[in-house]
Write a protein of this length. Structure first.
Length: 552
């Protein structure tokens, strides 16, 4: 009995030390309400909507195991933080290009928004994001804009505006805005959806599988009698949890999601194959046929090579079954892999950092998430050397195309969903405002073209797109004249998009950021707040303030 009492006393001391240590850590690390650098409007959240514990993430949330009878240590053993294995594709910033050398700029559109919500996740945890996690085009495309909708049967409208560049007074800035046609929920075609869910061990934390389940359950509640959902899961092996089921049986679908638990390694390739087989078996002609992949992207067994996975996805996309990708979690997020899969699967990539973001992507933007209105959308801009001496495309570094690709219908490009908006910015150098650009030696056997067609237009914007089930592209084009608008008279959308781009340049420490500061970005953004439906632009102000406190 005395020995047992002694052991209990030791364990009591150990537990007391543990409690004291926890209280001390909380007092030292918990941010004060309203403290500088804390984004109080939207904290990082778990599936229950409560702030995620950074200590639980750092230490894995587990105490060291102790053998019964072992005397407790006098000092708590150090915890080994879980290694951060997040992966981001390399982004090499676009440089200025002389119009005399290359008058054409060609790229694929991009409707992904993952980078913005991922950057928000870092900033709400009082960290600056890795530079390669910042994709400026995805940050700009996160926000709604007020460009007019398309007229007639056109899938999208095109609006171009040129005004002063706010970070370089000698330059001009051109904004190209594409607004996709919106579809009312009652007009949305029948859908055949397959939820492909990662239930491997890496998905066990609260901001992964628990948040994922709640997110998809919210989506199911918005689906109608013409929608069907199947559920495929994968860990060490893949399996069909729920065959294609009418959304008249929502309770059955929601309960099937609720029963999912995490464990095992990650054989993503096998799951993708089964999901596409399930979607193909239940294909709805003229409807929406889509696999929705929800994962942290950490495929570690089976078909896990990026090239092999993308080849599989590309082949399946040609069947008419498209792919959307939802990224979850932190610490081992494979952002580069998820972005690539969505790109090759004729879909888009969103990162879900909390339930509020899930509602934005899966409820508020349900039409854009599910319904593709145009595919293989490419933009080509021709610059007039009389009006523009050099240009730089801001963002879209991993979407650049060769000029010959624009007319090649075999070349894959991006898709636009119903209601999606695409924004692209070009920084323009007027003639006479010399830019130090690399030059080439004079050619011996070629004569440079010197004959120019007189025009007041600064640029010609051309777009090619295909119908969702089509193979031949259609052309839209129009010239744009720079009327000399100053920044103060530009639209709210122009001002706000330029502020978001400027913020991305600061986070990436861009060579072209000039004298930009967070204070300057705040001023730009405040001048372009406009109506701000949903409050997303005001939330952006809080993120800039958080970054400002981290860089002082």
């Amino acid at each position: 009995m005395r020995a047992c009492t002694g052991q209990l006393r030791h364990w009591g001391v150990f537990l007391l030390l543990l409690v004291i240590s926890g209280i001390s850590a909380c007092n030292e690390e918990a941010p004060q309400a309203g403290a500088s650098g804390t984004v109080a409007a939207r904290p990082a959240a778990t599936a229950e909507g409560t702030p995620a514990s950074s200590k639980a993430v750092a230490y894995g949330g587990a105490l060291p195991a102790m053998t019964p009878g072992m005397p407790p240590p006098s000092v708590l053993p150090p915890f080994s933080p879980e290694p951060n294995t997040e992966q981001y594709g390399r982004v090499s910033e676009n440089l200025f290009i002389a119009v005399a050398r290359e008058p054409l700029s060609t790229f694929s559109i991009d409707v992904d928004t993952a980078s913005y919500s991922n950057v928000r996740r870092f900033l709400t945890q009082n960290q600056l994001p890795p530079k390669d996690a910042v994709r400026i085009e995805e940050m700009m495309n996160y926000f709604p804009y007020s460009d007019p909708p398309p007229a007639g049967d056109a899938p999208f409208s095109v609006h171009v505006e040129i005004a002063d560049c706010p970070w370089n007074g000698e330059h001009r800035l051109a904004r190209i805005g594409l607004q996709g046609r919106r579809i009312d929920r009652g007009e949305r075609p029948s859908s055949n959806l397959v939820f492909l869910i990662d239930v491997s061990g890496s998905m066990s934390s609260a901001n992964k599988l628990p948040l994922l389940k709640k997110s998809l359950q919210e989506m199911v509640r918005q689906l109608g009698e013409n929608d069907h959902v199947a559920i495929v899961v994968y860990a060490g092996a893949s399996g069909l949890v729920l065959p294609s089921t009418s959304c008249l049986e929502k309770t059955r679908i929601i309960e099937s999601l609720e029963r999912l638990h995490a464990g095992g390694s990650t054989n993503g390739g096998a799951g993708i194959q089964l999901a596409y087989d399930t979607a193909t078996a239940n294909f709805i002609k003229g409807g929406t046929n889509r696999v929705i992949l929800a994962t942290d992207g950490d495929f570690n067994v089976g078909l896990s090579d990026n090239d092999q996975l993308t080849q599989l996805i590309e082949a399946k996309a040609k069947s008419g079954v498209f792919l959307s990708v939802l990224g979850f979690g932190m610490g081992n997020l494979k952002d580069d892999k998820l972005e690539r899969l969505a790109d090759k699967g004729n879909g888009h990539y969103a990162y879900i950092d909390d339930l509020q973001e899930a509602r934005k992507v899966l409820i508020d933007e349900l039409g854009a998430t599910l319904v593709t209105i145009a595919k293989d959308v490419k933009i080509q801009v021709e610059f007039n050397p009389d009006k523009v001496s050099a240009y730089r495309l801001i963002g879209y570094e991993n979407r650049l195309l060769n000029k010959e690709d624009f007319n090649d219908d075999r070349k894959d490009a991006g898709e636009i969903g119903a209601g999606h908006h695409v924004t692209a910015l070009y920084e323009l150098v007027p003639p006479g405002k010399d830019k130090d650009l690399p030059a080439v030696d004079p050619l011996k056997f070629q004569k440079p073209e010197t004959t120019l067609v007189p025009s007041k237009e600064s640029l010609l914007v051309k777009l090619r797109y295909k119908q969702p089930d089509g193979d031949r592209s259609q052309l839209i084009q129009g010239g744009v004249e720079d009327t000399g608008t100053d920044f103060g008279h530009a639209s709210d959308d122009f001002k706000f998009a330029s502020a978001v781009a400027a913020f991305g340049m600061l986070l990436r420490d861009s060579d072209e950021k000039g004298s930009l500061t967070c204070s300057g970005v705040l001023e730009l953004a405040q001048s372009g707040l406009g109506a701000d439906p949903g409050g997303y632009r005001r939330e952006f102000l809080e993120l800039v303030r958080a970054a400002q406190s981290l860089t002082r």
